[in-house]
Design a protein around this ligand. Structure first.
Ligand code: ZN
Ligand code: ZN
Length: 257
């Protein structure tokens, strides 16, 4: 993705790569360490365990494997979509999630930039879904690989030809679709919550096709944290504790009233 960004960038960068990349990548290393140390088992391991012990819905019904694999991936993707809406709607959770939105440029490393506490809560939710659903381990593995790949893809600063974007966004969230979600305008921040499949946004009326100011004119980030110092990892980690929890979906709803 980084090579693709070099070859065909979509937007001009405002911040030197060295500041964002060093800090965003350092955060990924820290996130991974904290995650591995906090959970004795992750989603694929739990799916294997559930299969062995007969836990969850799909381990107790008799359906063709391909149906169960597809249904499991759909349910997991819907769960991630709903979790994302919840992280915008609940002020305490928005404090954690807004760190993802406070990146001042939008590229593949933005897709990795999440607060460690959000990563832990998100893993807890995914484990609960896996335990209740009993999906085949292969479906969970496929889903995790896809989710990581699409997160890098749909945050990438790449210039996809418009006709290709139009077709592609019928089946997967494209960079032009997810970039709207990183707009500083709260009504656009609270749209396009999908990470993999674009259908949930269309079904649940959270889809916005284009930023009002266009992809070149739009401002990336949130109003609250806009200095270069805010892009450093130490500031990212304490960001949930700083300032009021404004800008979440409930807040935007209040404005609309
Ligand atoms: Zn978000
Ligand atoms: Zn994002």
């Amino acid at each position: 993705m980084a090579l693709w960004e070099l070859a065909a960038p979509r937007r001009r960068r405002d911040i030197p790569r060295v500041i964002r990349w060093t800090n965003n990548i350092a955060l990924v290393v820290l996130d991974t360490l904290i995650l591995r140390l906090s959970f004795p088992i992750l989603t694929v391991g739990l799916a294997v365990m559930a299969e062995e012990r007969g836990w969850g819905l799909f381990n107790n019904v008799d359906l063709p494997t391909w149906v169960v694999v597809i249904a499991s991936m759909l349910v997991l993707d819907l769960a991630i979509y709903l979790q994302h809406v919840m992280f915008h709607a609940v002020p305490a959770l928005w404090r954690l999630h807004r760190m993802h939105h406070a990146d001042l440029d939008f590229d593949a490393t933005t897709g990795l930039r999440f607060h460690p506490v959000e990563i832990l809560i998100s893993m807890g939710i995914k484990l609960a879904v896996v335990a209740a659903l009993g999906p085949p381990a292969v479906a969970v593995l496929l889903f995790e690989v896809l989710l990581n790949a699409t997160a890098l893809f749909n945050h990438a600063n790449i210039d996809l030809p418009r006709p290709i974007d139009r077709v592609l966004r019928l089946i997967v969230v494209t960079p032009d679709m997810h970039r709207v979600h990183h707009s500083v305008d709260p009504s656009e921040t609270n749209s396009n919550f999908g990470f993999n499949l674009p259908w949930w946004d269309r079904l649940l009326s959270t889809y916005v096709a284009l930023p009002a100011k266009g992809h070149d004119g739009m401002t990336i980030g949130i109003e609250q944290f806009r200095t270069r110092r805010d892009l450093w990892i130490d500031r990212m980690l304490v960001q949930p504790l700083r300032g009021p929890a404004c800008g979440g979906a409930l807040e935007a709803g209040k404005d609309a009233e």
